[in-house]
Design a protein around this ligand. Structure first.
Ligand code: RM4
Ligand code: MN
Ligand code: MN
Length: 386
């Protein structure tokens, strides 16, 4: 691809960061407080705005409700806009309430199901008020033991609930349906995989699409093939980017397997689907600085995308047609091995932002200033939180 075209495409790429990635988080063993980590939704927006200032490509931030609940949503919207960002996907939280022990939308108890749906409707209202067009749903619903509940019954309750929710969506708003094959349910999960999510979205209608969280598959899953198939069926709504080594690790994007990230970005570039897919990060940081980690993830996505744009597609198509198995493979790997740092430095220079946003964050003293201003929050033990 011509370098100028690649630069234009890179400039157009937008990545949404998650409010919950800016606060302290941990494992079930402990939460280590990070000096200066955001303590309130307002501070989380401040940090998201800083990431946008340094990277130039993160103009929106996703919220998780009730973690980010405020009394005055208009005020929160204004606060974001004054800092040059917008509020993006609204994530209903259907797992942080004692009532959801046996699930939310699939719960055997009708009253709990109603409560879950009420919360989703509240989130639709929030999205409208803050100017967002995405409600992003991940359900922790599932079971821990064979026989605990009726699997077909759960599926029926799930689809009935989602149909009701879908009916409440205003025109122009999308419902993104996220899947995950385990956790917190260890025997079954009600939306375990992309196939189930796709079936459900098909049943609901065009405003429902699948969200792929890159950490939500069994080991060895070919995630880029899932992406390709969902794109072909016009069912790919968005991503939660992160990386994993073992489970749903939520490590920074591209840290464990940058080649997988490249392969995913290449499917999107090949389908010209950049503008219809929501690129979001879903990360939590246990031992590392939050803002630093977020910037590194953003840069890794840009790097993978730049490489994806460099694939010599005409030559690759020729090699594929000629049955040149390893020739085709080499053309793909060639792009992956290209050093795109100079290209990205040029992009950033042309946008008037630092050529190395991580270095700018580290050298700019931001971390020290935030630590001084905010101090080190004391956090409840992870055991109490979980
Ligand atoms: C889940 C899933 C959701 C995220 C929560 C915090 O595993 O990835 O998207 O909102 O974690
Ligand atoms: Mn996720
Ligand atoms: Mn997850």
């Amino acid at each position: 691809m011509d370098e100028q075209v690649a630069l234009e495409k890179l400039e157009a790429l937008r990545i949404e960061t998650p409010s919950w990635g800016y606060g302290n988080s941990g494992t079930r063993f402990h939460v280590y407080p990070w000096p200066g980590a955001a303590r309130t939704v307002w501070e989380r927006l401040d940090d998201a705005a800083l990431v946008h200032r340094l990277t130039g490509c993160c103009p929106s931030v996703a919220l998780h409700i009730p973690w980010d609940r405020v009394d005055d949503w208009e005020a929160l919207r204004r606060y974001a806009e004054e800092r040059g960002i917008q509020i993006g996907a609204i994530n209903p939280n259907l797992f942080g309430d004692d009532a959801y022990r046996l699930g939310s939308i699939s719960n055997p108890d009708r009253r709990v199901r109603e409560r879950a749906l009420d919360h989703c409707c509240e989130c639709i209202g929030v999205a409208q008020t803050v100017g967002s067009s995405i409600v992003s749903l991940w359900l922790a619903d599932g079971t821990n033991y064979p026989g605990q509940d009726d699997l077909r019954g759960r599926y029926a309750r799930l689809t009935a609930g989602l149909e009701e929710l879908y009916g409440s969506l205003p025109a122009g708003m999308r419902l993104l349906v996220e899947y995950k094959f385990f956790e917190p349910g260890f025997y079954s999960t009600d939306l375990p995989d992309w196939g189930t999510a796709a079936l459900v979205c098909r049943r609901l209608g065009p405003q429902a699409q699948v969200l792929v969280d890159t950490g939500h598959h069994p080991q060895g899953t070919n995630v880029e093939q899932i992406v390709a198939l969902l794109l072909a069926e016009e069912l790919l709504g968005g991503f939660h980017f992160n990386n994993r080594k073992y489970a749903d690790d939520d490590l920074i994007v591209g840290s464990i397997d940058p080649f997988e990230l490249f392969r995913i970005m290449r499917e999107i570039a090949l389908a010209n689907a950049e503008s219809s897919v929501a690129f979001m990060i879903d990360q939590s940081h246990n031992v590392e600085g939050k803002i630093d980690a977020m910037i590194q993830s953003v840069m890794n996505i840009q790097t993978a995308y730049a490489k994806a744009l460099l694939v010599d597609e005409p030559r690759l198509a020729e090699a594929q047609l000629a049955g040149d198995v390893l020739g085709a493979h080499r053309i793909l790997v060639d792009a992956f091995e290209t050093d795109v740092r100079p290209l990205l430095a040029r992009l950033r220079a042309s946008l008037g932002i630092p050529e190395d946003p991580v270095a700018a964050f580290r050298d700019g003293g931001y971390g020290d200033t935030l630590a001084r201003e905010r101090g080190t929050a004391s956090v409840e033990s992870a055991y109490e939180q979980l």
